[in-house]
Design a protein around this ligand. Structure first.
Ligand SMILES: NC(=O)c1ccc[n+]([C@@H]2O[C@H](COP(=O)([O-])OP(=O)(O)OC[C@H]3O[C@@H](n4cnc5c(N)ncnc54)[C@H](OP(=O)(O)O)[C@@H]3O)[C@@H](O)[C@H]2O)c1
Length: 272
C-alpha cells in the first residue's frame, strides 16, 4: 500500500548498486550525525567548533588541525559546486528535469560560496576532522543526485509530476535561507566582532534556526524536481541532521542567555 503510493511520486529504484548503497549511507550517516548533536557530540564548526567531547572530557582544540571558518566553508562547498558545474558538460543533452536539478544544485552551492565570501561574518574556526566528512558528504551527494537522475533518462515519468512545485519550493527555500543569513550577519558589528547576540527579525522571533528550516524547504524542492529515491533519502537525512543541530543550538542559547524565551523553538514554529 505505502509502496504503491510512493510509486506515484518517485521514479522506480535504479538498477545501480552504487546509488542504492548511497541512499542507505547518506540517510543513516546524516540521521546518526543529527542524533550525535543531540547527545552533545558536535561537528566542530561555528558555535561548536571547540566544544568538549563528552567521551574524552577534555578540550580537543589543541590536538586538532584548525582552519579559519571562511577557508573551511570554502573547502566544504567548492567540490560540490564544481560537481554541479561539471555535470553540464558531462551530460550536455539533458532533459528538462535533469537540467533543472543540475541548475538548482549548482545555484545552491554557488550561493553558499557567495555567502561565505561576502555575507557571513565568522567568529569561530573549523576543525579539519569535521570539514573532511562534510566536504565528502556534499560532493558525493551532489554527484549521486545527478547520476541517479541521469539513470532515469528514458524511464516512464511518475504519474504525479512534482517538478514545477519543486522549482517554487526551491526558490522559496534558497531566498528565505539567504535572508536569514543576512540577518545573522547584521548581528556582528564588524569583521573582528566574535560576539554572539540573540537574533531578531524574520522568523527568528519564532525559531532559532529559520535558516535551517529554509534549507530543508530548499532540499524538499530539489527532491520534488528530481523525484528519485536518492534525493528523497538525502533530504530526509538532512531533516534529521538539522533537527539535531537546531536542538543543540537551542540548548546552547539557553546556556548562554539567562533570559532566553522558551517560546522560541528550534526549527519549526510552535512545534519543535
Ligand atoms: N544541508 C545540510 O545538511 C546543512 C547542514 C548545516 C548547514 N547547512 C547550511 O549552512 C548554513 C549555515 O549553517 P551553520 O550551521 O554554519 O549556521 P550558524 O551556526 O547559524 O552560523 C551562520 C553564521 O551566522 C553566525 N551566527 C550564528 N548565530 C549567531 C549569533 N547568535 N550572533 C552572531 N552571529 C551568529 C555564525 O558565526 P560563527 O561562525 O562565529 O558561529 C556564522 O557566520 C545553513 O543555514 C544551511 O544553509 C546545511
Amino acid at each position: 500500500m505505502v509502496v504503491s503510493i510512493l510509486q506515484r511520486f518517485i521514479f522506480p529504484p535504479p538498477n545501480s548498486l552504487f546509488v542504492t548503497a548511497m541512499s542507505v549511507i547518506s540517510f543513516t550517516s546524516l540521521a546518526y550525525t543529527g542524533f550525535s548533536e543531540v547527545r552533545g557530540r558536535h561537528l566542530q564548526y561555528s558555535k561548536f567548533w571547540n566544544v568538549i567531547s563528552p567521551e574524552s572530557g577534555t578540550r580537543r582544540e589543541g590536538k586538532q588541525i584548525k582552519l579559519s571558518s571562511r577557508t573551511g566553508m570554502l573547502l566544504l562547498y567548492t567540490p560540490a559546486f564544481l560537481a554541479g558545474l561539471t555535470s553540464f558538460v558531462i551530460f550536455p543533452h539533458q532533459d528538462l528535469r535533469l537540467l533543472l536539478l543540475d541548475s538548482a544544485l549548482t545555484l545552491h552551492f554557488f550561493k553558499r560560496i557567495f555567502e561565505v565570501l561576502f555575507v557571513h561574518k565568522y567568529g569561530g574556526s573549523m576543525v579539519l576532522d569535521s570539514a573532511i566528512p562534510i566536504t565528502l558528504s556534499y560532493f558525493l551527494s551532489t554527484a549521486t543526485m545527478i547520476y541517479a537522475q541521469h539513470l532515469t533518462q528514458g524511464v516512464p515519468e511518475p504519474p504525479v509530476d512534482l517538478m514545477y512545485p519543486g522549482v517554487l519550493l526551491f526558490l522559496i527555500g534558497i531566498s528565505g535561507n539567504f535572508y536569514h543569513h543576512f540577518l545573522l550577519s547584521k548581528l556582528r558589528r564588524g569583521e573582528g566582532d566574535k560576539e554572539y547576540r540573540i537574533p531578531k527579525g524574520g522568523l527568528f522571533d519564532l525559531v532559532l534556526c529559520p535558516h535551517y528550516l529554509f534549507e530543508i524547504i530548499d532540499f524538499i524542492g530539489i527532491s520534488f524536481i528530481s523525484q528519485t529515491w536518492y534525493t528523497f533519502s538525502f533530504t530526509l537525512g538532512t531533516v534529521f541532521y538539522l533537527m539535531g543541530r537546531s536542538y543543540a543550538t537551542r540548548r546552547w542559547y539557553f546556556s548562554k542567555f539567562e533570559d532566553f524565551s522558551k517560546d522560541v523553538k528550534a526549527l519549526i514554529p510552535c512545534v519543535f
